[in-house]
Design a protein around this ligand. Structure first.
Ligand code: SAM
Length: 268
């Protein structure tokens, strides 16, 4: 792999701006009670300051050439794993730390190409984490945090906000990285709620329902629902019951309305 293809494939844009690094560490606010799992530690720009303050850091890096950078300081509370994060079993990883009684935080300056599969993987094991702090492409960060009524409101917003309180902290411009990426990034903090906003019994079906409801953003919600093979009479009944305007678009519904509709269509 040439240097250029590696940067692209592995999203290797390393943070170099000390002010931003400090702001990210402050947002993670590591303490001795924390087990921090870091995705893509790179050369350790976040890893080393995190290990100074956290109880333990487990840093998972796919690129074997970066492992020596991470091992160079020989830090006792830092475990480095050379692995593909998408193949890591987070349940097993945390189970192994059975003596650890504090919070588990998942953090990282994520490679852009990984953000989508990784975010959905995180949703599958969300019970494990008290907090996630990710540096992401700005658009993805905004999608996670956006509210109903915004053009950016999406399934990702709903799925995360039901379980986490999501906040976009600050934007990080390309010149803070080496090499600079083509787009802006933003830090998102996701604090797990004590209980989900709404209980969802069949999460996978709910996710598929949301994907269908938002599939064609230019179309009104009703047309998207029809494509989900829901009987027209049932859609009419729902629109009457919940007094929904016929020409509503998916992004205009609130999270609670999506849950109501899902329960009406699939839990009856
Ligand atoms: N944390 C470092 C920093 O902020 O300077 C590096 C961040 S860089 C944006 C992303 C890192 O994730 C790179 O070190 C890259 O090699 C690593 N990476 C890419 N794909 C990965 C994967 N599937 N599993 C684990 N690490 C991965």
């Amino acid at each position: 792999m040439t240097k250029r293809t590696k940067i692209k494939a592995l999203g290797q844009h390393f943070l170099k701006n000390q002010t931003i690094l400090k702001k990210i560490i402050r947002s993670i606010s590591p303490c001795k009670e924390d087990l921090i799992i870091e995705i893509g530690p790179g050369k350790g720009a976040l890893t080393f300051p995190l290990a100074e303050k956290a109880g333990k850091v487990i840093a998972i890096e796919i690129d074997p050439f970066l492992i020596p950078y991470l091992q160079r300081k020989n830090i006792p509370n830092l475990t480095i794993l050379e692995k593909d994060i998408l193949r890591v079993d987070f349940n097993k990883l945390v189970e192994k730390e059975e003596n650890f009684k504090g919070h588990v935080k998942l953090v990282g300056n994520l490679p852009y190409s990984l953000s989508s599969p990784l975010l959905f993987k995180v949703l599958q094991v969300k019970e494990l984490f008290s907090e996630c702090v990710f540096l992401l492409q700005k658009e993805v960060a905004e999608r996670i945090c956006s509210r109903s009524g915004s053009k950016k409101f999406a399934p990702l917003s709903i799925l995360f906000q039901i379980h986490f309180s999501a906040r976009k902290r600050f934007v990080v411009p390309p010149e803070c990285f080496t090499p600079p990426p083509k787009v802006n990034s933003a830090l998102v903090s996701l604090k797990k709620r004590d209980a989900p906003l709404y209980p969802i019994s069949k999460e996978e079906s709910f996710h598929n329902f949301l994907k269908g409801a938002f599939k064609h953003r230019r179309k009104i919600l009703r047309n998207n629902l029809e494509k989900l093979n829901l009987p027209i009479s049932l859609i009419d009944e729902a629109y009457n019951k919940f007094t929904l305007e016929k020409n509503l678009r998916a992004e205009q519904l609130s999270i609670s309305q999506f849950v109501e509709l899902f329960n009406f269509f699939y839990q009856a």
